[in-house]
Ligand binder design. Structure first.
Ligand SMILES: Nc1nc2c(ncn2[C@@H]2O[C@H](COP(=O)(O)OP(=O)(O)OP(=O)(O)O)[C@@H](O)[C@H]2O)c(=O)[nH]1
Ligand SMILES: [Mg+2]
Length: 597
């Protein structure tokens, strides 16, 4: 590393003294093309494998080092298993200490390493013999790194930024600094950042990559972030630095895992495991779908429960080690960071479909799985945009995304509900919206959210499938009418015959007229309700209006004068005048009614 970059990544006094790496180290250099490359130097010794895992978690390009004099060692095997299960997008193997062995030994070592790589994702990695003492092979090593970088798939750069924190320290005068590998998207000075899983918020005061200060940092790179107003104790290795609301920590997820080829004991559901993802380490429990144990090299879908939440991405790679024996046992790929309850339905088809999805189509899968999802949740749970879900077939209704089948089912349910309501209550305008909400909340896929129910209903209104009037909804075909109904004709005739002192609403109820019937005749204009308890025919109200227009000229008319003129009692006269007041026809001044407002 020193020879390649001019920097010694071993920082600790103990590392210098013992001549080995204990914790993560960092170095960088420019390659012949001018391209800059950063290295996360990880410890080789098996005692420090946890630090090794924290370093390689977010990294997908590997410089794998094997010494020519010692050859393949047990830790080489474990490191290979780890980078193999994590998945690499490129690798170079450096065979160092080339100066320590003769040609024949070197060839033997190269063959040995080649055979160890067989069947792994490093299978086709170039093996470059080199020596830091003589400088032999270093040019070849640089050009192999250059080729690896050139051939690596372009990383995601315009998604959600995420920096897995691997070091936290304080700089006098500057405050707290966190370092890590930035992936997903950019971070900029001045932005408010969020630390997860704690939810701590802090402003980004400064950014550095390779000791250069930057206004914005871009993935994938090593970044040191200076956070304003944050105590060192609020941050730890394994935390994630991101932008507010874009990620959601999880302590329960589903994944596909594969056991390592050298697995000594079958993997069971009973064991205690450690999960390594990004720079995080967590205690984990395992549930294997469709099997009780796993043998070497076997694949399975699993559900993993963590003792503390961690921030995981879709298709994020992770490593599982057995806590007791301290062995790397499996690696995997995250498929669902927020899985549904497993009652009854088989999770495997859903997970298989997710495994075959890219990020964009995952957004649609989430909507399809759940039936209805908020757009902000789609982003936080998949990293994909609501528009990706819509492109897949989701229907956007206000801030929600729905699968068409759920939208159709809701429409059908409401239509059925209204049809039976109208049949049962032909004289009612429609169903109260509040009742429709309750009916929707009984839907299986959690449509109980009031905002969602309202969004669904207003969508049906927009589509013309439902008509909303006041607080009620009805089918467009439902026309409320009392025409042709004998009871309505009788009611109107009875009121007309008894004017100017018709029976009150209470009395009419006792006589057997339904409240709905009275409401409906009023809604149609066959009767006018002038007060809660009094109904008149429109003809009578028109006559009363003519009369008041004559009488209420200045200086106005008293209640009793009006009562006498219309030939009724005070019980009716007062409500009629109040009805006219409310309409703006008359106004009250002392004991007098006058025309106008
Ligand atoms: N002769 C010779 N010695 C080398 C060469 N490369 C490294 N060394 C020596 O080997 C020792 C270990 O080198 P490091 O670079 O610390 O090895 P490492 O792989 O980082 O070791 P860990 O951090 O413990 O995993 C040091 O004393 C180096 O000087 C080489 O090419 N030739
Ligand atoms: Mg080292």
């Amino acid at each position: 590393m020193l020879r390649l970059t001019g920097m010694d990544p071993d920082r600790l006094a103990e590392e210098k003294r013992r001549g080995l790496t204990i914790d993560l180290g960092f170095a960088w250099c420019a390659l012949p093309s001018g391209r800059e490359v950063g290295f996360v130097d990880v410890p080789g010794h098996e005692r420090f494998i946890r630090n090794m895992l924290a370093g390689v978690g977010p990294v997908r390009l590997v410089l794998f080092v094997v010494a020519a004099d010692e050859g393949w060692k047990p830790q080489s095997e474990e490191h290979l298993e780890i980078v193999d299960v994590l998945g690499v997008s490129g690798a170079v193997v450096a065979m160092t200490k080339r100066d320590m062995v003769d040609e024949a030994t070197l060839e033997k070592r190269v063959r040995e390493v080649r055979s160890k790589l067989a069947g792994t994702r490093l299978e086709r990695a170039p093996i470059v013999p080199c020596s830091s003492v003589t400088g032999h092979g270093l040019d070849e090593l640089r050009s192999a790194l250059e080729t690896m970088l050139a051939e690596a798939p372009p990383p995601e750069t315009s998604g959600r930024p995420r920096q897995f924190i691997d070091r936290v320290f304080t700089i006098k005068g500057a405050g707290t600094v966190v370092t890590g590998t930035l992936t997903g998207g950019p971070l900029a000075v001045g932005e408010e950042a969020e630390v997860l899983p704690t939810g701590h918020r802090a402003r980004i005061r400064g950014l550095q990559t390779h000791k250069r200060s930057l206004e914005s940092a871009h993935p994938i790179s090593r970044v040191a972030v200076n956070l304003a107003g944050t105590a060192r104790a609020e941050l730890a290795r394994g935390d994630v630095l991101t932008l507010p609301g874009q990620w959601r920590p999880t302590s329960l997820f589903e994944a596909r895992i594969r056991t390592v080829r050298g697995l000594a004991h079958p993997l069971t559901q009973k064991g205690d495991y450690k999960l390594y993802a990004g720079s995080a380490e967590r205690d984990a429990r395992l549930r294997i779908y469709g099997a009780t144990e796993m043998t070497p090299g076997m694949e399975a879908y699993v559900r993993i429960t963590l003792a503390r939440p961690v921030v995981l991405d879709f298709k994020e790679s992770f490593v599982l080690r057995e806590a007791g024996r301290q062995e790397t046992v499996a690696g995997g790929e995250v498929l669902d960071v927020d899985p549904p309850h497993v009652h009854g339905s088989d999770p495997v088809p859903r997970l298989r479909a997710r495994a075959e999805s890219g990020r964009g189509s995952l957004a649609w899968r989430l909507v399809e799985d759940r039936g209805a999802v908020r757009a902000v949740d789609v982003f936080a749970l998949t990293g994909a945009r609501a528009s990706d879900a819509v492109a897949g077939g989701a229907i956007r209704i206000e801030s929600w995304l729905l699968s068409p089948s759920v939208a159709q089912e809701v429409a059908r349910r409401i239509a059925d509900l209204l049809a039976s309501y109208h049949a049962e209550h032909p004289l009612r305008l429609g169903l109260e919206v509040a009742e429709a909400r309750v009916a929707l909340s009984e839907h299986k896929s959690g449509l109980s959210d009031v905002a969602l129910a309202d969004a669904l209903l207003s969508n049906l209104v927009q589509l013309g499938q439902v008509v909303r009037e006041g607080t009620t909804i009805r089918l467009p075909s439902h026309v409320l009418t009392t025409i042709g109904r004998a009871d309505a004709d009788r009611l109107v005739a009875l009121v007309a015959a008894a004017e100017p002192t018709p029976p009150t609403v209470k009395e009419l109820r006792i006589m057997g007229f339904a409240a709905d019937l009275m409401k409906a005749t009023c809604a149609e204009g066959r009767l006018i309700q002038i007060s809660p308890d009094i109904l008149f025919t429109p003809g009578f109200v028109a006559r009363a209006e003519l009369l008041i227009r004559e009488l209420a000229e200045p200086p106005g008319v008293t209640v009793s004068a009006f009562r006498e003129a219309i030939g009724t009692s005070r019980k009716y006269a007062l409500p009629i005048l109040e009805y006219f007041d409310a309409k703006g026809l008359t106004r009250r001044e002392g004991d007098m009614r006058l025309l106008g407002r």
